[in-house]
Write a protein that binds this ligand. Structure first.
Ligand SMILES: Nc1ncnc2c1ncn2[C@@H]1O[C@H](COP(=O)(O)OP(=O)(O)OP(=O)(O)O)[C@@H](O)[C@H]1O
Ligand SMILES: [Mn+2]
Length: 421
């Protein structure tokens, strides 16, 4: 063979290698993707099977519930007070690690009422986070956060789990749900109707006033519309007062102490065409178990259950207080009552661990009692009813899914999945 022949042969051989190699790679890639998909599907099927065969105890009311009910109702019943300052001082001493308020305290009911009734004496934009929120001062003293209403209760937010703006009532619901499940890690929150003209604009600083548009129609009737200052704020998207200039919103008590922000290991990519590793890798938790303290992992699993019940799929970061996880920012829940995003529960089904106390507590509120008690507790809130019946049914349906996932994990891991840390 001459020199030219050898070169041509070499080129052909190289090309063959590249084509074959690429093919093998492609086939490997396809298989890997298929098996990942298969494992996610298999898990979903397993959970579906478990739901169909749930023990009656998970479906019926638990008689132990009565031991908790009266105490809860008594503790969170809004009550008259004499001196708001004293109550705020008490509440500012409450937090310990991530527990924001005590199990039972006679000041709680009074504190809730101060947040609902005390006059707003100053208002400004709070450009923390990305969504519209205000910083209010009550009675020249206590600073609180205000998140306004964007949607009526029955609007269904379509699309991905983190679509849309905040749902203000979700913050109140989260507060009561945390109280019921003994995950007292949320800020204390009440609903409040505020007057955009006389309470917000009139006490607003120059900057806030500049972000409130006042329109006057031919009859001289004014409309106040707030767009605020924040990452997503713009003049086209406003919160407008009704005929009396009233808007709904929530007053969020500021958690005293230092908060640290951390990236969630189960963070979404926020790009619909790109999936995160944890979304396909069902063994994702294995490496985390070596990297992360068990305490932290258990906190995040509690958070996953909490978020799954209310369908908050936007906990891209979590915050800690004294090294324990707090449930700050629960506004992106209750978007679509007809849809359950199972992957919010990934920390539970991938790690197959749960705090024993959380597991015991969840079972106390089986059989429809969970949404009933949150409903009773929130009856005194200015924004009652917080969520529609469809959303309530969603919470109950998801509680069964949590039971089913724990059953699935028990099959896999046995009792060693329950931790007492
Ligand atoms: N109750 C609170 N107590 C103390 N700090 C708070 C409280 N609520 C919010 N913050 C602080 O303000 C930041 C922004 O609040 P939040 O996360 O609710 O806003 P957001 O606009 O929804 O943010 P994101 O767009 O990141 O979801 C929080 O990261 C936290 O540091
Ligand atoms: Mn948010």
């Amino acid at each position: 063979m001459n020199k030219r022949g050898i070169i041509i042969l070499c080129i052909i051989a190289t090309l063959l290698c590249i084509v074959l190699g690429a093919n093998f790679y492609f086939m490997y890639y396809l298989n890997a993707e298929e098996s990942q998909l298969a494992s996610v599907r298999a898990l979903e099927n397993m959970i579906r099977h478990k739901i169909r065969h749930l023990k009656p105890a998970y479906l019926n009311r638990n008689p132990r519930f009565f031991m908790f009910r009266n105490k809860l109702l008594k503790n969170y019943k809004q009550a008259n007070y004499e001196n708001a300052s004293v109550l705020w001082e008490i509440a500012n001493w409450w937090p310990h690690e991530n527990e924001i308020y005590p199990l039972y305290d006679s000041s709680m009911g009074q504190l809730l009422k101060t947040l609902r009734d005390e006059p707003i004496t100053r208002a400004s934009n709070l450009a923390r986070g990305t969504q519209l929120k205000l910083l209010l001062r009550l009675s020249q003293q206590q600073k609180v956060i205000f998140k306004p209403q964007w949607y009526p209760r029955d609007v269904v937010i379509e699309g991905v789990v983190y679509s849309g703006k905040d749902r203000h009532v979700a913050e109140v619901y989260a507060f009561y749900l945390g109280a019921v499940l003994d995950l007292r890690w949320t800020p204390i929150v009440v609903g409040r109707v505020v007057n955009l003209k006389t309470e917000i604009y009139a006490h607003g600083d120059q900057e806030l006033q500049n972000t409130i548009k006042i329109e006057v129609d031919e009859e001289g009737k004014e409309t106040y519309c707030l767009y605020g200052r924040c990452h997503y704020c713009n003049e086209e998207e406003t919160v407008c007062g009704d005929e009396q200039h009233n808007i709904e919103g929530v007053i969020i008590y500021i958690v005293p102490g230092t908060l640290a922000k951390r990236r969630s290991p189960w963070q979404r990519t926020y790009k619909e065409e790109k999936r995160a590793i944890w979304e396909d890798d069902m063994t994702y938790c294995k490496s985390l178990k070596n990297k992360m303290e068990t305490m932290r992992l258990l906190d995040l699993i509690d958070v996953a259950i909490f978020d799954y019940l209310i369908q908050n799929g936007d906990r891209h970061h979590y915050e800690t207080r004294e090294e324990r996880v707090v449930l700050i920012d629960n506004g992106k829940a209750f978007g679509n009552p007809n849809k359950d995003h199972l992957d919010i529960l990934a920390p539970l089904y991938q790690c197959c661990l749960i705090r024993k106390s959380t597991w015991d507590r969840l079972q106390v509120f089986s059989g429809g009692v969970l949404t009933e008690i949150v409903d009773r507790l929130s009856k005194q809130d200015a924004l009652y009813p917080l969520i529609t019946d469809k959303h309530k049914r969603g919470v109950e349906r998801r509680l069964l899914v949590v039971f089913a996932v724990v059953e699935y994990c028990m099959d896999k891991e046995g009792d060693k999945m329950f931790k007492t840390l």
